[in-house]
Design a protein. Structure first.
Length: 576
């Protein structure tokens, strides 16, 4: 392999990563209640909407139309596999530029002007571009007219609020106009046929990723399932759990998913993977029949007469029955949630308040909150939140990988504390019980070809795309006091991934310190806008070092301590 080929590959890889970061940056600022999005923000949003086929409105993805119009052989997919060569990378950039240009023209001059431009520069026929442009027009109009404040007032008066589907705009433009109530979906429709079809590719990638890194299939995985996510995706997370087990949903005469059937091993072409599912309280409440379905799926698979090396559920259940001298019903429990009427893991609160000594406590807290079993026993009697700590502990001893499906364009794993409380919490619980840190994976719906990333990769990507990206933090700082709080929050959520999964590299904290605190001008801005959050940020970084998550030169720590003291003085009103 020549040096220039190596160099070419490196450059392509770099190009690919930059594109990935660029596509990640939505939204750039906070939403202001009642205010429509404007300018470049709206252009970014429309560009993302236009990059997907919308069969429901006969609209094809704009990048694909442009590629066809230009007679390119291969259709590009955003954030998909790396370009195969420099030519392809150049073609992709060219397509992206044409698409962005068309959207600018649309925003300035309407759909006819944009259609004409696409015809002239890329040979896209108007009859092909008009469906997607009309969709953009509709979305653009709906973004102008939100009823958020009016709906809030109606809610406060106890009046009716129109319901609408829940999702983000890119995923499902039908959520517009905003300011409506998210409606739930019929749990018996879950997973939808589309969700089940889509989940196959994601699950394949997930299993392949583990296989490529560990040389064999995972024998058991722990999955996090959330309610709203499964509403938005019609049950993608549920479908992924079913695929891992190697079963498919079966609909009854009323078209309700009430049963599952095993996919034959010959068709599955891999072992059935044991799956421990922790479902949120919201999921438990909204998807009661689905909880039963998942439990039924595990029981079905555990009962299949198959070679144990092809059916890890059966293998693990039989082993557990023997080792622990327990009944099938005790060994087969795999669906866990909070006690009835309870929600959340509290792991986030414990981390945020710094009220813990060893990381083990975080995993133990997760299990304490989530060790309640749901489903039906072998005699068909409902199990509705029975405390099953021992069963959960045992099930987790075999887990080798943990996973959560990420389905949104808007919220990442360092935007809110819920991802680390759940996926981090379960991973820490597994680490103690299995005596090994699990591999931790997330999916990424931004890419149409079902990308799987490790937790570490995802933290790095979000750090580069948002935390350290001037486009992101300047967008936040436009909001003044709240913006500084958002920056501090994001760093604390990142810290949550150190605490629960040791998944944050030293450079992340070093660059945060350099960008926000060691830069005098920036420090002054943060201090003027919100000294409380600036102070918390300093303390969080010092805590990261104190707990062993961040190795850095002593002089950096000294500087941070000094800054912390100055901020303290300021907060206490001591003249500086
Ligand atoms: C849920 O929809 O299940 C959920 C929402 C927010 C935090 C955790 C779970
Ligand atoms: Mg480290």
């Amino acid at each position: 392999m020549s040096a220039s080929t190596d160099r070419d590959r490196l450059v392509l890889d770099l190009h690919d990563r930059l594109v990935e970061i660029e596509q990640r940056l939505i939204p750039t600022g906070l939403h202001i209640f009642g205010k429509p999005s404007v300018g470049s923000e709206r252009a970014d949003l429309l560009r993302m909407v236009a990059s997907f086929d919308r069969p429901e409105t006969n609209a094809r993805a704009l990048p694909a139309l442009v590629a066809e119009g230009l007679n390119l052989k291969k259709l590009p997919t955003p954030a998909s596999a790396p370009p195969t060569g420099e030519d392809e990378a150049r073609e992709r950039d060219r397509i992206a530029a044409i698409v962005s240009g068309a959207i600018e023209t649309f925003l300035g001059g309407g759909i006819d002007a944009a259609a004409l431009q696409l015809q002239e520069v890329a040979g896209v026929r108007a009859q092909d571009s008009l469906p997607v442009l009309s969709l953009l027009e509709k979305i653009s109009q709906q973004l102008e007219t939100n009823v958020e404040i009016e709906s809030l007032l109606r809610a406060l008066r106890g009046q009716y609020i129109e319901p609408g589907p829940g999702a983000d705009i890119v995923q499902n433009p039908a959520i517009l106009p905003t300011g409506r109530n998210t409606h739930a979906i019929n749990p018996y429709s879950v997973p939808s046929e589309m969700a089940f079809a889509k989940a196959e590719a994601v699950t394949d990638r997930l299993v392949e990723r583990y296989l490529s890194e560990h040389g064999r299939h995972p024998r058991a995985m722990a999955l996090v399932l959330w309610g709203l996510d499964n509403i938005k995706t019609q049950g993608e997370g549920v479908a992924q759990a079913l695929w891992l087990l190697g079963v498919r949903p079966v609909r009854d005469g009323l078209n309700r998913v009430t049963q599952v059937e095993a996919i034959p091993l010959a068709a599955l072409k891999r072992p059935r993977i044991d799956v421990v599912m922790t479902v949120s309280g919201i999921f438990r409440d909204l998807f009661s029949p689905t909880v039963e379905l998942l439990d039924r799926a595990v029981r079905l698979v555990a009962g299949l007469d198959e070679p144990l090396h092809q059916n890890y559920v059966r293998k693990n259940v039989l082993e557990q029955m023997e080792v622990a001298a327990c009944e099938f019903d005790d060994a087969v429990v795999r669906v866990f949630s909070n006690a009835p009427g309870n929600y959340g893991t509290n792991v986030n609160f414990m981390v945020m308040d710094s009220q813990w000594e060893s990381e083990e406590t975080l995993g133990d807290l997760f299990v304490t909150r989530k060790c309640f079993a749901y489903g039906r026993d072998s005699r068909g009697r409902p199990i509705e939140g029975r405390e099953a700590r021992v069963a959960m502990d045992r099930a987790l001893t075999r887990v080798e990988a943990t996973y959560q499906n990420i389905d949104t364009f808007e919220i990442g794993i360092t935007d809110v504390d819920h991802y680390f409380e759940y996926l981090g919490g379960i991973s820490k619980a597994v680490e103690k019980r299995a005596r090994a840190r699990p591999a931790i994976y997330l999916s990424d719906s931004l890419s149409r070809d079902a990308k799987i990333r490790t937790l570490e990769e995802t933290v790095q990507l979000e750090t580069r795309a948002k935390t350290l990206n001037p486009k992101w933090y300047e967008g936040m700082l436009k909001h003044g006091f709240r913006g500084v709080a958002e920056i501090e929050n994001r760093v604390s959520n990142t810290f949550g991934w150190s605490a629960t999964a040791d998944a944050v590299d030293d450079w992340v904290y070093t660059e945060v310190a350099k960008t926000f605190l060691l830069d005098e001008a920036m420090l002054r801005r943060l201090r003027d806008l919100n000294p409380h959050s600036a102070h918390s940020l300093v303390n969080r970084l010092l805590e990261a070092n104190g707990r062993g998550y961040w190795e850095v030169d002593a002089d950096v720590l000294d500087q941070l301590r000094d800054i912390g003291l100055e901020l303290e003085d300021q907060l206490e009103g001591v003249a500086g």
